[in-house]
Design a binder for this molecule. Sequence first.
Ligand code: F6P
Length: 358
Amino acid sequence: MLRVGMLTSGGDCQALNATMRGVYKAVTNNAKEPVEFYGFEDGYKGLMYGKFRLLNDDDFSNILTVGGTILGTSRVPFKQIHEPDANGLDKVAAMKETYHKLQLNCLVMLGGNGSTKTANLLSEEGLNVITLPKTIDNDTWGTDMTFGFQSAVDIATRCIDEIHTTANSHGRVFIVEIMGHKVGWLPLNAGIAGGADIILLPEIPYDINKVIEVIEERDKQGKRFTIIAMAEGAISKEDAALSKKEYKKKLMNFPFPSPSYELAELIKTKTGREVRVTVPGHVQRGGAPDPYDRVFASRVGAVAGMYVLKKKYGVMVGYKDREMVAVPLKEVAGKLKTVDPNANIIKEAKSLGISFGD
Ligand code: F6P
């Protein structure tokens, strides 16, 4: 009997179900022995508190196109993993106990950066773990692509597309705030795809005067509007020059819901222009996976399934130079894949006239 545990952890995304379906099908279609699949509910919490259910063919039928996760998810911060829970439970010991009690051969974890750190810890503790790179942020180290990213790019792009007509009608400056924590892949790609005039990324601190220069230059050219694709984690040069402590203090007394609103206020004051902020927020994680993600999820899922059968543990299924590769978890854990300000994609975007406010 082959016993496989599976869980989804951290922020959800469009292709989690499609990926789990890939894993399940690859294992059950190719295993030479009977298989039991255990789905843990709400991420690592399910493993900690022994909340699981046996999964069968019906669970994986008709879910290729369904967003979210049939297992539920949660965030269990890695920095609190060694702290006991409210009832004094040792989280790591509890997860190991559930794994051993169920006599699992391995655990398949679909998650992003924080979740991979926990997976690596469990692997170091002797559990057989395979992870799959999930996140709309595409910031997982060791893989060129994560599932969920392309679907989120589609949604954020559509949002910028649709802002164009209303921005033009009113002759306004629009800031579209795009997700991605402290990493700018999503705003960068959606910004280029949506034809944004200015893209502001966490990796390239912006100068407010440069942003205003671009808006005024567009005015002079008779362009009625300016669209700014701004990362939720974008930062001005002024703020980037603050010490960590000073910046934290600023954020504690921050009178705006997010940095986009602060930038809107500054542009309004300095140019007298009408400025609006649009925040698509979690819409970017919602709905069905796009065709790219369905293919990618099916492929990474199938490869993870084959790793289960080959007992290839302690790895993340990564995608490098158009091939699936096994990346050791200890190499992935704790690292982020950020946008290099000198990357060709930035140079190419600049050559098209897109400003990064630098
Ligand atoms: O990591 C995915 C992500 O959507 C980020 O882009 C965003 O910063 C964060 O999660 C939002 O987290 P939450 O769903 O906990 O509000």
